[in-house]
Design a protein around this ligand. Structure first.
Ligand code: UDX
Length: 450
């Protein structure tokens, strides 16, 4: 198929490159000429594991990039809208979606033949059927369901694993206003044999996306709340509790080969200092706000957000338990990004923790394999030295705080083993063995009082 993709952010670019790899002829569109030039030169403007290789293999072949939206839409049978939908605290901002619908609609006015427009951006239920449809019809002077089709096809891409998630999806959700629109999406995803495909309405597709992220975010907050209770109880470790819960076959089914889906332990039931990133916090809040507008309070999701907002306080509490004041205390902070394998600091639990340490006057030594420069922009240099390696960051530290689950941090016990004065290790991700260091304080665990 000939496909145009509007927006070359992380969703648009990954989708474009992967669809080209699957054999479609794809044109990526963006107004940022610099970005387009880089893509055409085979250089990805974002870092995603495996993306550069696929981009280089397809650019100039099945894939090209342009700033000319009209030309791209004219030359394609299907257009995917993958522009940003930032959340402003009250509602998601649809201005980029509306502009894309308007511009595509203007092209459809002149274009003969059937064309399908598909929304991939995350939008609250009803947006495709109402706002996007209205925009396209007004600009084209044609009716959806006649001259053109309309669909909604959400993405489920984890940052860092986006290419793998696109190429091997758990499911493909194809919403459409009619059978013909859905048949077009069927053609687009024909190369994805054997993957479960859900054919549904646009509104249901939009709701599936929000519900999936809200469930995973709620599971994390649930585990964090249970962890906080374990800390209050003393002598009970949330890691053991959640492992025991997760081995229920309803949560981790046994596969035909006798193994569990997730061997050993839990996914999205791991307690820690909270979830961050560009999706979970924004999507859950947007769904709550939408419920409020419809007169439907989202009590459980409100709770998930509250737990997450206060979860970094657990790190602060553990430090306060051990130090009367943090003034001039040397604190090594291991991990700044919201999760490993990315330099993304958006909504990272490291933000409130570092800001509190700065206000307390601590001597902060921060290290992250890739997020150092993003962090420097955010926090400046007040009270912070940035390190390239964990080894130098933890030298003479009074406390070491683990905030991101980077694999390299697992070596912490061996690095501090030789020290005569042992630092307190505050484990915000439960990735260091409780007995592997001399002085340990982890989220979701407190020793029983003697
Ligand atoms: C998420 C969804 O997984 C993806 O399907 C969606 O399309 C976009 O949002 P992403 O934001 O990349 O992806 O992050 P993810 O890997 O899911 O992790 C989110 C956050 O939850 C991280 O801060 C992580 O540290 C935290 N987390 C995850 C936990 O605290 N505990 C867990 O058990 C799992």
């Amino acid at each position: 198929m000939n496909v145009s993709i509007i927006g070359t952010g992380y969703v648009g670019l990954v989708s474009g490159v992967c669809l080209a790899e699957k054999g479609h002829r794809v044109v990526c569109v963006d107004m940022d000429a610099d970005k387009i030039a880089r893509i055409n030169a085979g250089i990805s403007p974002i870092y995603e594991r495996g993306l550069d290789a696929l981009l280089q293999r397809n650019i100039g072949g099945n894939l090209r990039a342009t700033t000319d939206l009209a030309d791209a839409v004219h030359g394609s049978e299907l257009s995917i809208i993958a522009v940003g939908t930032p959340f402003d605290g009250e509602e998601i901002d649809l201005s980029q979606i509306k502009a894309a619908a308007r511009e595509i609609g203007a092209v459809l006015r002149e274009k003969s033949g059937y064309h399908v427009v598909v929304v991939k951006s995350t939008v609250v239920p009803g947006t495709t059927d109402e706002t996007v449809r209205r925009g396209l019809e007004a600009a084209s002077g044609k009716r959806a369901g006649e001259a053109f089709g309309l669909g909604m096809n959400p993405e489920f891409l984890r940052e860092g694993d986006a290419v793998a998630d696109f190429m091997n999806p758990d499911r493909i959700v194809m919403g459409g206003i009619d059978d013909r629109s859905i048949e077009c999406l069927d053609l687009l995803y024909r190369p994805f044999d054997g993957v479960d495909k859900i054919r549904t309405t646009c509104k249901t597709a939009e709701m599936i996306k929000y519900t999936a992220n809200s469930l995973l975010a709620t599971m994390i907050s649930f585990s964090n709340e249970i962890g906080n209770l374990c800390s209050a109880l003393g002598g009970v470790d949330v890691v053991d509790v959640m492992r025991g819960v997760h081995l229920d076959k309803r949560l981790s089914p046994i596969l035909p080969d006798g193994s569990r889906v997730v061997p050993g332990f839990t996914t999205y039931l791991e307690a820690g200092c909270g979830f961050g990133g560009s999706c979970f916090p924004k999507d859950v809040k947007a769904l709550i706000a939408h419920g409020r507008r419809l007169g439907q309070p989202m009590t459980l999701l409100d709770g998930a957000v509250t737990v997450n907002r206060t979860q970094p306080d657990q790190i602060i509490r553990l430090l306060k338990d051990h130090f009367r004041s943090l003034k001039d205390i040397r604190v090594a902070v291991l991990g700044l990004a919201f999760k490993p394998d990315t330099d993304d600091m958006r909504e990272s639990p490291a933000i409130p923790v570092i800001q509190w340490l700065q206000d307390e006057g601590a001597d902060i030594h921060a290290v992250d394999p890739v997020a150092g420069s993003a962090a420097r922009k955010l926090f400046g240099d007040r009270g912070i030295s940035y390190h390239e390696h964990m080894e130098t960051a933890v030298v003479e530290a009074d406390a070491v705080v683990v905030l991101t689950r980077w694999d390299v941090f697992r070596r912490l016990p061996e690095i501090i083993a030789e020290r005569t004065v042992q630092p307190l290790v505050v484990d915000g991700r439960r990735m260091i063995g409780r007995d592997a260091v001399a002085r340990y304080a982890g989220i979701g665990y407190r020793e029983m009082n003697p």
